[in-house]
Write a protein that binds this ligand. Structure first.
Ligand code: NAP
Length: 245
């Protein structure tokens, strides 16, 4: 890993918004740990970005290697623990953690019918996963001069506007994720900890009719992960502006 580079970890980064966040952070000169639960998909994604970095010289003549695959299933505490151990063998510092991994299950349709398994799996992945990642990686983040945690939330979790009946387990998981953001921001006063809604984005989750490209969806996440004023913490953003919870 090139010395002096800022270091980021992005979960659920083998495709969709997470993959694009890794690409945009790499272009800004970060070394990025690309988290994925599926090793083949994660290795392939990191190789693709490193080839691209070599061709486009993100390393500016230093090193084309900008992404390192790290296996993390955010729904499994043992996997998160192992990932932190693996990370410690490669770096003692982390500057930015992006909790991006998320699921929206097919049978998550009706709050009066949602199955307990659907609810549990969704909250374990979208909410508890982000909290456990933060717990596991705070020791490395504390070594950074300007540590950041970005939780990729959704307007669907916004009590002020949006949490109104579609995908109830998903929306509740994102409301609760915003609670995780506020709690972490209070517990970590030297950190910038924020939630961000990427908008409606054309990914496997967002579908083909979504209004935003993946690059547009990723850009607000990347801004918070890299250059937003560090004094802004404990807030919810969309398009670089604070939005109500
Ligand atoms: N797309 C939108 O319109 C939209 C809007 C608001 C918020 N968001 C949020 O943005 C984030 C990214 O969504 P996306 O649209 O890029 O979705 P996506 O294309 O479905 O990608 C989701 C990513 O999360 C990973 N993931 C799921 N469960 C995981 C687990 N247990 N451990 C590790 N990784 C896991 C997936 O890995 P696999 O490939 O292995 O499944 C995949 O890499 C999510 O948090 C989502 O809620 C999206």
């Amino acid at each position: 890993m090139t010395k002096g580079k800022r270091i980021a970890l992005v979960t659920g980064a083998n495709k969709g918004i997470g993959f694009e966040v890794v690409r945009q952070l790499a272009r800004k000169g970060f070394h990025v740990f690309l988290g994925a639960r599926n090793s083949d998909a994660g290795v392939a994604a990191a190789q693709k970005l490193n080839r691209e970095a070599e061709e486009e010289d993100y390393g500016k003549g230093r090193s084309g290697i900008t992404a390192t695959f790290i296996k993390i299933d955010v729904s499994r505490p043992d996997s998160i623990r192992r990932a932190a151990e693996e990370f410690s063998r490669k770096s003692d510092r982390l500057d930015t953690l992006v909790n991006n991994a998320g699921i929206l299950l097919d049978d998550d349709k009706d709050v009066l019918m949602v199955a307990p398994e659907t609810f549990e799996t969704t909250l374990r992945t979208n909410t508890l996963g982000a909290l456990l990642l933060a717990q596991a990686f705070v020791p490395f983040l504390k070594k950074s001069d300007a540590p950041r945690i970005v939780n990729v939330s959704s307007g669907g979790g916004q009590l002020a506007d949006g949490a109104d009946g579609w995908a109830p387990a998903y929306c509740i998981s994102k409301t609760a994720l915003n609670g995780v953001t506020v709690q972490l921001a209070a517990a970590l006063p030297k950190f910038a900890v924020n939630s961000v809604c990427p908008g409606w984005v054309r990914t496997d989750m967002g579908g083909a009719s979504a209004t935003r490209s993946v690059a547009e969806g990723a850009s607000g996440v990347v801004w918070l992960a890299s250059e937003a004023p560090h004094s802004m913490t404990g807030k919810f953003f969309r398009d670089r502006k604070v939005i109500p919870w």
